[in-house]
Design a protein around this ligand. Structure first.
Ligand code: HEM
Length: 144
């Protein structure tokens, strides 16, 4: 089960980056184009939201079965940058990113028919993406 989850989490990371990236670019295009936020634009936001939520669920399970997750949480692991990244910083920042993207989508959803939806989605998805990019274990992913 561990190996399967590890592979799923690793593969889904591509979809998260692509999905959030596309949602963000489409929001930016609408924002600078001065357009009205439509239901089609809301659906483009789902491209970022859905893989991020799936990734969160898999990540959470992985956290309890991986030797790098909760099983490695200790005072000594706190002093090691790689251990700390896996058992503390990565999960914490990713959960925060998921929360930001979810808030952004929910707020923008209520702004369909206005011009504000694009701004909301841009701010929240951009913040989420920055957090995600800041705490991906780049030494281990995408691998070689
Ligand atoms: C947007 C959300 C997330 C993204 C993009 C993401 C991405 C990644 C990536 C790229 C890896 C490295 C995979 C590899 O070595 O091939 C990884 C590992 C890991 N992630 Fe996440 N993650 C996310 C959310 C989470 C969450 C919410 C948790 C826990 C609550 C979590 C727990 C873990 C753990 C424990 C590992 C190490 C797995 C192992 O190799 O044993 N992740 N994640």
């Amino acid at each position: 089960m561990y190996t399967g989850l590890q592979h799923a989490h690793s593969a889904l990371a591509y979809l998260v980056l692509a999905g959030v990236g596309i949602s963000l670019l489409s929001a930016l295009a609408g924002l600078f184009g001065g357009k009205t936020f439509t239901d089609k634009n809301r659906k483009l936001g789902l491209l970022g939201l859905i893989p991020t939520h799936l990734q969160w669920v898999i990540g959470l399970i992985l956290y309890f079965v991986s030797p790098l997750g909760i099983n490695n949480a200790s005072g000594a692991a706190m002093k090691d940058a790689t251990s700390r990244l896996y058992f503390l910083e990565h999960p914490l920042m990713m959960v925060l990113a998921v929360v930001l993207i979810t808030i952004g989508y929910s707020k923008a959803k209520r702004q369909v028919g206005t011009t504000r939806g694009f701004r909301t989605m841009t701010i929240f998805y951009a913040l989420g993406l920055v957090l995600i990019l800041s705490r991906i274990p780049w030494n281990a992913w995408p691998g070689n």
